[in-house]
Structures are given as C-alpha cells and as structure tokens.
Design a protein around this ligand. Structure first.
Ligand SMILES: [Zn+2]
Ligand SMILES: [Zn+2]
Length: 327
C-alpha cells in the first residue's frame, strides 16, 4: 500500500510505500475509495494538537471496502463498504467510557492523528469503530459525512431545538449542517469572513435564510449558534447574536484565543459549550438518517498524491464545501 505520510510536523506529506500492513485481532483492513480532507488534518500537520504520533498518515473521513478481516471480528464481511471516522478506538474502562461518554475517553486513539488514517490506498482500523455504509450514495459524496457531517450532527444536537440557528464559518461542516437544520424545519443564518460574498451566495443556495459577514448582527436574535471557524474572536460575536437563554457551541478541535468580553454577553443564562469528538451512536444515528435527509455534499476531488495541494487549498479557502482525496 501507499500513503501520504507526515514525517515531521509542519513538513509536506510524502508519498511513501508502506508494504504489508495486516489487520491484527479486532481489526479490519480497508481499501480506501475516498478520504475527505478536514480542517483537523491541518491542525495535525501544523503540530497544533498535543502529543501527535509522527510519522502519521492523516485522514479521518474514510470510505472504502473491507479487503481483510483480523481475528475476532464479527458482523463485518470482506467487500462490505464501511466508513472510518475520527474516533478510532476507546479504552472501554475509564470513567467516561463507562459513563456513556466515550467521546471523552481518557485513552482514545484518533484516526489520522494517533493511529494511521486514510490518506492512503489502504488503512487498518479497529473494527468496532467502522460504520457499515450500505450501497446508497457515491464514495466521494459520502466521505465528508464521516467528520464534517458527524461533528456537525453532534453540534446540532447540543445546540438544542431552537428554530433560529447561526453557523459561523461556512465550510465542509456547515454546508452539511445547513441542509440537516433545514430538513428539521429550522432557519439557518450563515456567517462568513466579512466580504466573502461567494460563500454567502453558496449558503443561500443551500437554503440559508440570511447570510452575511461575521462582523454583522443577524436580522433577529438567534436561539443558538455553532462556531465551526477556528477564530476565537467569533465567540463574543456569537454570544452577542443569541437571545437570552441561547447557546453558543464551539465545534472545532482548535481555536485561536478568545478575547476578553463584557460579562453582559454571557448574562441572562446564555451558555457557551464545546463539542469534542463523537460517540459511535452519533454515527449510527446520523448515517442512517443521511439518505432520508437527502444531503448533497459539494466536493472537490484531488488524486491522493496531490494531498499537499488539497491541504493548501483548504487553508486558503479556495473551494466551496469539502475536499476529497481519491487514491
Ligand atoms: Zn475510555
Ligand atoms: Zn475532522
């Protein structure tokens, strides 16, 4: 198998031969058909996350077919299409795992960060963390659902049931969440970089009620807002945009520092929370609903060996929706 490997933090990924990887007990090997590129991959490459494993194969939005099954794996078969998400393993015995919060496990492994991921022709995954995807939908179109979609779904649940929903940062995750929120009968208010009229138009095409710059106030107070952008300055702006009792959800794994802000922005029972990782049940719930919702993902594909270009284009915001690598 071949992979685009990060050998040193901050360096370009290198095309590398990784011959003969076999699934161990409880693992499967997946021939990769498509792997989405997520902002978290940029954080991994840039060394912005603690305790990275290097060298590492990034990529945690994997769609592929099982081509080998290790000992002790039940309920999966060779040839089956599966998705491999960010949460790659949990310990099953820490207080969080035992308390139904496996997303906060004390000893987790994350795909493409602390275990090798999907910027490769094949990958080895813990079978318990692979989701059967069925045969509906195209491999490339499904890939962004595995992180952008899943984290968006989890964030949407944590945002509550309010009808007026703000989305700060309209990239891969928001373009999926906007469709889910609309299907749920909510109104979406999309915030982009000030002056980014093309992304604002993209948001309106996906059904946003209103789209504007993050420096603008929405036309009416929001029930909740989700921040997907990695910009801490957005936190006080989002708090200002939500009503009394409203909630602001930070969905990113990394964010620049949040500036100090007057207490009155939090007063009146506004809430500020973050969302970390996913639970397998989030994946099962979301992936079973996705065909019914009729989510259309907007993707830009790159050949696997152009992964560095895909990362650079993501960093520069040069495409709408999500980038997907195809081996
Ligand atoms: Zn645990
Ligand atoms: Zn991700």
């Amino acid at each position: 198998m071949h992979a685009m490997v990060l050998k040193e933090l901050g360096a370009a990924l290198e095309w590398t031969d990784l011959a003969g990887r076999q699934p161990g007990t409880g693992e499967i090997r997946v021939k990769v058909a498509a792997c989405g590129v997520c902002r978290t991959d940029l954080h991994v490459v840039d060394g912005e996350l603690p305790d990275p494993k290097v060298p590492i194969v990034p990529g945690h939005e994997i769609v592929g077919r099982i081509d080998m099954i290790g000992a002790g794996v039940e309920g999966l078969r060779v040839g089956e299409r599966v998705g491999v998400p960010w949460l790659g393993h949990t310990c099953g015995s820490c207080p969080y795992c035992l308390g139904g919060q496996e997303n906060l496990c004390d000893r987790p492994l994350f795909t493409g960060y602390t275990r090798d991921g999907g910027f490769a022709t094949a990958t080895v995954a813990d079978a318990r963390y692979a989701f059967p995807l069925g045969e509906v939908g195209d491999d490339v179109a499904l890939a962004p659902l595995l992180c952008a979609g899943l984290i968006g779904w989890r964030s949407l649940g944590i945002a509550g049931v309010g009808k007026k929903l703000g989305l700060y940062g309209f990239g891969a995750a928001a373009h999926i969440v906007a469709q889910v929120a609309k299907w749920q009968g909510r109104s979406v208010f999309a915030f982009t970089r000030p002056g980014d009229v093309s992304t604002q138009a993209f948001a309106r095409r996906l059904g946003a009620t209103w789209a504007g710059g993050s420096d603008e106030m929405p036309p009416e107070p929001l029930d909740a807002a989700i921040i997907f952008a990695t910009v801490g300055d957005l936190v006080p702006l989002a708090l200002k945009a939500v009503r009394k009792g409203g909630r602001v959800v930070c969905a990113g794994i990394h964010m620049s520092d949040i500036p100090s802000f007057p207490y009155r922005l939090l007063w009146e029972e506004r809430q500020l929370v973050s969302v970390a990782n996913l639970r397998r049940q989030d994946g099962i719930d979301f992936l079973s609903l996705a065909p019914e919702i009729g989510i259309v993902t907007h993707t830009t594909t790159y050949p696997l060996n152009r992964a560095n270009q895909a990362l650079a284009d993501l960093r520069a915001g040069r495409f709408e929706g999500a980038a997907v690598l195809v081996p």
